[in-house]
Design a binder for this molecule. Structure first.
Ligand code: GLV
Ligand code: MG
Length: 336
């Protein structure tokens, strides 16, 4: 799941990198389900065919009185289906909560062999990852789980953002990281009650000198800084960055715009909290066919990945060859 460091580099001058099979799964949407609800569990087999990842949520949004039922429900849903190539993840409770130990002990004992990734909320520093890493190692050994369970951190505290690079490199189990805009907003005392997305008051005005009294203004992306910081930390460590939740299910356009910013910035996917967001994520995190066609032209025009050529009036060189390869490789996994 970890990408080799030279992933998007040509293997050697004069010898083009083969468009080889990628060791990564498609994870365009991490689809959240509340596993304590029987009618939701009943729909899991249908979901498996539609989404890249099914995640049983045990943390926030699960009422305190349903925590045990959610854990049991997750174990039941994990046992009941063959997930095939669809990822099976769980979001456990926070490390300082009364539920997390039982979450891990019971889930790894019962379905550790089927579980791909544990999502850890409220990660503040590498010490949180080290603790979970050791605990997973003990539980895997006790229950003879052969495939290591990976860790996905939610970046949702100011302290976590401060330590993002150390978190990204904390363990070979690190799968990736998601932005958690709701908790992060609270942690930073941002003045918004929205879960992700923009805010109508976060904007800049055109200069009066340029635009006169009726100057236009444009809304800015509240999350740009954190997404950029997270993407760099993840890319530098060969793990995958994700945008997290978008809470306004009635605004598909805004959800798509937020997901698209994340895609363009380097994110591999986003969370879907509502069925309507599955297709949004699928469209946004799959490369645009016109872009793929253009990227293929670049690869074809520079068979050894070096030199400089003009395509449709645009300069291409070794660097744009690598950019094109990112897009073509992703298109190949989507088509597989
Ligand atoms: C997600 O957990 C968030 O807090 O946004
Ligand atoms: Mg959160």
């Amino acid at each position: 799941m970890k990408l080799p460091r030279n992933f998007y580099k040509p293997l050697a001058i004069g010898a083009p990198a083969p468009l080889r099979e990628l060791p990564v799964r498609l994870e365009r949407m991490i689809h959240f389900v509340p596993p304590h609800m029987e009618k939701v569990r009943a729909k899991v087999p249908e979901l498996i065919a539609k989404v890249d990842v099914v995640l049983g949520n045990l943390e926030d949004a699960i009422p305190i009185e349903a925590k045990e039922a959610a854990r049991r429900g997750f174990i039941e849903m994990a046992k009941a289906s063959d997930f095939g190539s669809t990822g099976l993840w769980t979001r456990i409770n926070a490390l300082n909560s009364p539920w997390v130990l039982d979450d891990l002990v019971e889930i790894v004992r019962e379905v550790g062999g089927k579980l791909d990734v544990v999502m850890l909320p409220k990660v503040e520093g590498p010490w949180d990852i080290h603790y979970l890493d050791q605990l997973l190692a003990q539980l895997e050994a006790r229950h003879h789980v052969q495939k290591p369970i990976l860790i996905h951190a939610i970046l949702e505290t100011a302290e976590g953002v401060k330590n993002v690079e150390a978190i990204a490199s904390a363990s070979p189990r690190m799968h990736g990281m998601s932005l958690g805009p709701a908790d992060l907003a609270a942690s930073r005392a941002m003045k918004t009650t929205r879960v992700g997305g923009g805010h109508p008051d976060y904007r800049v005005l055109a200069d009066v000198a340029e635009a006169g009294a009726s100057r236009a203004s444009a809304q800015q992306d509240l999350w740009h800084y954190t997404v950029a910081k997270m993407v760099d930390a993840c890319a530098a460590n060969g793990i995958k960055p994700f945008y997290g939740p978008f809470g306004d299910f009635s605004d598909a356009g805004a959800c798509e715009a937020q997901f698209r910013n994340a895609f363009l910035m380097g994110c591999a996917g986003a969370w879907s909290l509502h069925p309507s967001q599955i297709d949004i994520a699928k469209t946004v995190f799959s490369p645009d066919p016109d872009e793929v066609r253009f990227a293929k032209k670049i690869l074809d025009a520079m068979p050894d990945g070096s030199g400089a050529v003009m395509i449709d009036g645009k300069m291409q060189d070794d660097a744009t060859w690598k950019q094109a390869k990112v897009i073509v490789d992703l298109a190949r996994i989507v088509a597989a």
